[in-house]
Design a protein around this ligand. Structure first.
Ligand code: FE2
Length: 181
């Protein structure tokens, strides 16, 4: 796996841990148990910014280049990019729902449970599709010059939670993930 795909794969590993944690908290919420609301807010703050702002745009660039090299892959690339838009929108809605829980507002609990479960399911399926189909196809099809171009167009944004220049606001969430809580 080349360096670009390896970084995107690492993002998937991190996002998978985050949505596992989100799912655990959702199970507690569903039972009417206490949830760690500050943790959920940090989690969805990250999930509604980093994938939308950095991870998905990079995958979109790869998908567009792949569509140029392989016309058969073009429709798949379109549907992949459409899923990115839907997932980014869902992430913002989940973040808004978490903020409603924090405000202790009158809650549509069933609606929130359904929304979060849908988000977790779709994001998991999407990442799985990328790992199983999209990344291997890109690796087989794109040329060294493509990867160089892509690298140049990615910019230098780095992961604000798991990267070397972690933002302080994510410290406690990262610590709880690393300690397996
Ligand atoms: Fe992805």
């Amino acid at each position: 796996m080349n360096e670009i795909l390896a970084t995107l794969h690492d993002d998937h590993v991190n996002m998978s841990k985050l949505i596992d944690l989100l799912e655990q908290e959702l199970a507690a919420f569903k039972e009417g148990d206490a949830v760690d609301i500050a943790l959920l807010q940090d989690l969805m703050d990250y999930m509604s910014h980093y994938p939308d702002g950095v991870h998905h745009p990079r995958e979109d660039l790869i998908a567009r280049r792949l569509a140029e090299r392989d016309p058969v892959a073009a429709s798949n690339a379109d549907s992949l990019m459409a899923e990115h838009g839907e997932l980014d929108d869902l992430a913002r809605r989940v973040y808004a729902a978490v903020n409603e829980i924090a405000l202790d507002a009158e809650l549509d609990r069933d609606g929130i449970v359904h929304l979060v479960a849908d988000y977790v399911d779709r994001l998991r399926n999407h990442m799985n599709r990328e790992e199983v189909t999209f990344f291997p196809l890109a690796e087989r099809t794109l040329l060294a010059a493509d990867w160089e171009d892509l690298k140049g167009s990615f910019g230098d944004a780095r992961d604000p939670m798991f990267g070397p220049d972690m933002q302080e606001k994510y410290r406690s969430l990262r610590d709880s993930l690393l300690s397996g809580q």
